[in-house]
Ligand binder design. Structure first.
Ligand code: TZP
Ligand code: MG
Length: 212
């Protein structure tokens, strides 16, 4: 498994893109210097996802950008993604770890210290923590705030990624609270200029990391 650059993790979500082609958004992310993207589709059945997913995977590969599939192990395997990301209601991480090729990395969403510890024990390569801020993208997500990041940081060894309501205006605070990177959906998928926002987020995140 190559090293993962988790500074900025851009999640490509069709709904958040509000009708815009995810390929265009991905091209913007690549132009803005993004190094890690995820494909997230909450409505379409797997077969319907596949043509778009294959295109996105190909584009990411050509650009040397790491590519993760959310929720669905079968699709992650089908497109030879670099990784799979699972939540607390998906296939258990321990089971996914057993089924994934060892070169593929595994990420897990968590909302408590106990879940973060369990994810690490189950073989997660990074742990996402959220929702850090309120978000309309996943309104049902538990609001955990920066305090949970601060609590988890000394307790797990794997990298932590903050998620939920993160923008260029608050990304630095997430890094200061102990995250190794931030994950965003609407900040980029909903942006008029995804490349510009990607650049700005990366600048702010890297500046905050340099100060630690
Ligand atoms: N998990 C916790 S909050 C969230 C997910 C998938 C949504 C993040 O979306 P946004 O638009 O970056 O707030
Ligand atoms: Mg999930």
């Amino acid at each position: 498994m190559g090293r993962l650059d988790l500074d900025l993790y851009v999640i490509l979500d069709r709904t958040a893109g509000r009708g815009r082609d995810l390929r265009k958004i991905l091209d913007g992310v690549i132009a803005g210097g993004g190094r890690l993207v995820q494909y997230r589709e909450k409505e379409w059945p797997s077969r319907r996802c596949l043509p778009l997913l294959e295109d996105l995977r190909q584009r990411a590969k050509q650009a040397g950008v790491s590519f993760v599939v959310n929720d669905r192990l079968d699709l992650a395997l089908a497109v030879e993604a670099d990784g799979l990301h699972l939540g607390q209601d998906d296939l258990p991480a321990s089971v996914a770890r057993r089924l994934l090729p060892s070169a593929m990395f595994l990420g897990v969403s968590t909302h408590s210290l106990a879940e973060a510890r369990q994810a690490e024990q189950d073989g997660a390569d990074y742990v996402a923590v959220g929702s850090i801020y309120p978000t309309a993208t996943k309104p049902e997500s538990q609001l955990v705030g920066l305090d949970l990041l601060r609590a988890i940081r000394p307790q797990v060894k794997v990298p932590l990624v903050g998620i939920g309501g993160i923008t260029a205006d608050n990304a630095a605070r997430v890094i200061e609270a102990g995250a190794d990177g931030v994950a965003v959906i609407s900040a980029v998928c909903g942006a008029r200029d995804p490349a510009e926002v990607t650049r700005l987020l990366l600048d702010r995140i890297r500046a905050a990391k340099a100060l630690r």
